[in-house]
Design a binder for this molecule. Structure first.
Ligand SMILES: C[S@@+](CC[C@H](N)C(=O)[O-])C[C@H]1O[C@@H](n2cnc3c(N)ncnc32)[C@H](O)[C@@H]1O
Length: 209
């Protein structure tokens, strides 16, 4: 597994990946997700990582770094695996990364992770429902990752769209899930102002402005 060259970030990423694998094994041993994991409650799955794969993490690092991203926003932090890739990219670009998380246990863990990784200066965690907290984000935003609950992608994009810089990239995960269809249909419409391509389970949209 590739690791960023910052030793503190690399150590946190290694620790988080191991914990994520443990959580995945525990889930498998008990027979998969629990009924409460599948509820409509927005605050759920407090022990599940649901993280980007190493390949997807490397991709976000590559894209954010090569774009020289200055103002990155993530919808859905979980325990911060994707955040470590973004924080590593921010060290190189001099940019700032803002992420969002609604589960209080995960928010507490994220603060600890950011402190141990030494990235508190370039990372902001917005706690609570991103559909509210993201209204306060200042633009221009030049890179977005959508990875919270899937049926909310379009609402979140609508909040962020007026803050996007022309040329901003919006990456979205888990597009094979039916609940992302309204989002993908919307950003695939040429009238939307986005140029969109699907890459496996992810989508990449360029904001044309
Ligand atoms: C798929 S996980 C994110 C994984 C993370 N990006 C990573 O790669 O490590 C989705 C997370 O989004 C959070 N979430 C879902 N809807 C949210 C909302 N409306 N506001 C804030 N966080 C939300 C969930 O609590 C969950 O922890």
């Amino acid at each position: 597994m590739w690791l960023p060259d910052d030793p503190l970030i690399a150590a946190e990423l290694t620790r988080l990946r191991a914990a994520s694998e443990e959580a995945r094994a525990a889930r498998k041993a008990r027979g998969g997700f629990r009924p409460q994991d599948m509820s409509d409650n927005i605050v759920r799955m407090g022990t599940e990582f649901l993280a980007l794969s190493p390949e997807e993490g490397e991709l976000v690092y590559m894209l954010a770094r090569s774009a020289g991203a200055q103002n990155v926003v993530e919808f859905g932090a979980s325990f911060g695996i994707s955040a470590m890739y973004f924080a590593a990219a921010m060290w190189k670009t001099g940019g700032h990364f803002t992420t969002t998380e609604v589960h209080p246990d995960k928010c507490a863990a994220l603060h600890e992770t950011f402190r141990r990784a030494g990235v508190e200066d370039c990372v902001t965690l917005l706690e609570g429902d991103a559909r509210e907290t993201l209204k306060g984000v200042e633009g221009p935003v030049d890179f977005v990752l959508l990875d919270g609950w899937k049926g909310m992608y379009l609402t979140v994009l609508e909040i962020l769209k007026p803050k996007l810089k022309p040329g901003a990239m919006v990456l979205s995960d888990n597009l094979s899930l039916a609940s992302t269809k309204d989002y993908f249909d919307a950003v695939s419409d040429p009238a939307s102002g986005f140029l969109t391509q699907r890459c496996g389970d992810m989508g990449l949209s360029l904001y044309l402005g």
